[in-house]
Design a binder for this molecule. Structure first.
Ligand code: G6P
Length: 607
């Protein structure tokens, strides 16, 4: 959510910032802006809308060798030129990710000192607070420290000060920020993908530290302002991984990366046909002593949790609760000391999930993070971590992250079950073989459905509402399928457990109402067919996601997408591919912005 980039060096900063902001645009795209040092001081140029508009505004600007930039996802104040970052004064400009929670108090304090405010943002209050202290202290470091004593909330901030024309100051709390050296200067960024063309090395700033970047050095100051030595980390993936690689959209590329992503995530964790996961290490106690499992997450990761719940309860017979992180935190959850809280998050930075993790830790409950971004805040703070190795996910609508999350939860469930003696070693081996070989093969086969998914999407694209129904794990999957469709095509979708439709919502089914039904579960096929008939007789236009080879009674389906067959446990892994493809093509046919759907952000770092 929101993206930060800054550069100080020997080359023109502005093209570097625009290039970086374009790479960060997936994190926020309401508006963007830069503040750059020029011969008369600091100048800010901002624009509502996409980076291309900002780029246009910057044409003709003189060179600058030190600048900060931001792409915004609005929280306080609508997207507009004036609410765009950077915010500041003649003396200081800042870019900010996060939320200044006590901005009203700061505003009052500053108003009394004679400050006025032009934007509705919380960030402007932080900028002017730093300005106030800078006017007293004359030192950027002291001004930042004094301001931070008053600020509460979450922030990653980059700042430039008049009087220090080649320096960028950077600091953070609860929101990531990196400092990185390159051949011709230093960068700050909230996301390494923004600067991969220039460097692969970076330092992850810790809370309380201030980084001072000059063209030739990065100095990290500890809380008492003493310089500290920090090792550089190196990015493990290359720039191609963060580029479209010939695909029209990141989303399509990421959908196609799924067979590999699943293999990469699982293969190193299976030896001699069995999962090598060490439950005692991951859960902090052996399976016999484990109480309940709470899976906590947001959005797509929450839906992965729902599938994980089916797998763990089915195989290991351990009770699992799946909670939305934003609810978990405020409901005073019942957590017992033997329980395990699993936080699932692609980014590892989602504020609600982070808050849930911290709550569990405060309560003394063991935490395990399933995270895609190594070194992210959630990965760092959880007691143990299982990394999904999907590579960077850029499209806002999550696809490959979902698949690797459920793949890893399956593997975890198999290990739990084996350790709990609820399945035999032979069964565990069979499950593992299927998971590591048949599942990636089925995903690859499902990717051959692109043309059919595209033509199916074309048929349904003019509907204003679609129902998704399924049973068992496919009912959880229906929620993810509906979410994908809603996120990127803006068609209203409802997901339902198929058996529940008749308890109310069937009243919404009239002539031609589209119902997308998952008919994949052999054991509940009869019931599912009855549910489909219930909607069909009320005029629904039924599109079946149907397991290949499953007998389909006449007259229940208007359209069919055959889903490559797997054992029931793993069917969601091939079902989701077709659902993602239909959502993707729906968005394309409707002319929507697939990778950057309106109002959404990839990583939501506010609660
Ligand atoms: C945002 C994204 C969703 C994502 C959710 C959780 O809302 O738009 O696609 O599923 O955050 O993100 P996380 O990084 O924690 O998995």
């Amino acid at each position: 959510m929101c993206g930060i980039i800054g550069y100080t060096g020997r080359k023109n900063a502005l093209p570097r910032l625009i290039e970086g902001l374009k790479a960060l645009e997936y994190r926020g795209y309401d508006s963007a802006g830069v503040a750059f040092v020029h011969k008369n001081g600091i100048k800010a140029v901002k624009s509502k809308g996409r980076i291309a508009l900002l780029e246009e505004k910057l044409k003709g600007e003189q060179e600058s060798f030190c600048a900060i930039g931001h792409t915004r996802w609005a929280t306080h104040g609508e997207p507009s030129d004036v609410n765009s970052h950077p915010h500041g004064t003649d003396s200081v400009y800042i870019v900010h990710n996060g939320i200044i929670e006590n901005y009203a108090v700061i505003k009052e304090f500053l108003t009394e000192k004679g400050y006025s405010f032009e934007s509705e943002t919380d960030t402007e209050t932080a900028a002017k607070l730093i300005d106030w202290f800078y006017s007293k202290e004359k030192s950027p470091i002291s001004a930042i420290r004094k301001a931070l004593e008053m600020i509460s909330g979450s922030y990653a901030i980059g700042a430039v000060f008049e009087g220090y024309p080649d320096k960028i100051y950077a600091f953070r709390k609860d929101s990531p920020l990196l400092a990185a050296p390159s051949e011709d200067g230093g960068f700050i960024t909230s996301d390494i993908s923004a600067i991969l063309r220039h460097t692969r090395e970076f330092i992850r700033l810790e809370e309380g530290e201030i980084a001072v970047l000059s063209p030739d050095s990065i100095e990290i100051l500890s809380t008492d302002n003493t310089p500290i030595e920090r090792d550089f980390e190196t990015v493990s993936w290359d720039i191609e991984a963060a580029e479209k690689g010939g695909y029209d959209h990141f989303m399509l590329k990421e959908i196609f990366e799924q067979p590999d992503a699943v293999k990469k995530t699982l293969s190193p964790r299976v030896t001699d046909g069995l999962p090598t996961l060490d439950i005692t290490k991951l859960a902090g106690r052996c399976v016999g002593e484990l109480g309940a499992i709470h899976i906590v997450a947001c959005g797509t990761a929450y839906h992965a949790g729902l599938i994980g719940q089916y797998a763990i309860e089915k195989l290991a017979r351990i009770p699992v609760k799946v909670e939305l992180a934003s609810e978990f935190r405020y409901k005073n959850p019942i957590l017992r000391k033997n329980d395990l809280v699993i936080i699932i998050s692609q980014s590892g930075e989602t504020a609600d999930s982070l808050a849930a993790l911290r709550l569990a830790k405060e309560r003394g409950v063991r935490t395990l993070a399933v995270v895609n971004v190594a070194g992210s805040t959630i990965a760092q703070e959880a007691d143990s971590v299982l990394l999904t190795w999907a590579g960077p996910e850029i499209a806002v609508a999550s696809t490959k992250a979902f698949s690797v999350q459920i793949a890893l939860l399956y593997l975890f469930a198999i290990r739990l079950a084996l350790d709990s003696d609820t399945i035999s070693e032979e069964e565990a081996r069979q499950y593992c073989t299927e998971l590591t070989t048949d599942v990636p093969a089925a995903i690859s086969k499902a990717l051959d459905l692109t043309d059919l998914c595209s033509s199916t999407a074309q048929k349904y694209k003019d509907n204003s509402s679609i129902f998704f129904i399924g049973r068992g794990a496919s009912s959880a999957l229906a929620h993810e399928a509906a979410l994908k469709m809603k996120e990127i095509s803006y068609i209203h979708c409802e997901a339902y457990a198929a058996g529940e439709l008749k308890h109310g919502t069937i009243s919404l089914i009239t002539d031609g109402t589209p119902v997308f039904a998952f008919l994949t579960n052999r054991s509940t096929a009869d019931k599912m067919i009855s549910n489909i008939r219930e909607v069909k007789t009320r005029g629904a236009r039924v599109m079946l996601f149907c397991r290949e080879g499953m007998p389909i009674p006449d007259g229940i389906a208007d359209d069919i997408i055959p889903i490559p067959s797997l054992s029931q446990l793993f069917m969601p892994m091939s079902e989701i591919i077709a659902a993602q493809l239909v959502a993707y093509y729906m968005s394309c046919h409707l002319g929507c912005d697939v990778d950057k759907p309106r109002n959404l952000a990839k990583s939501v770092t506010v609660e």
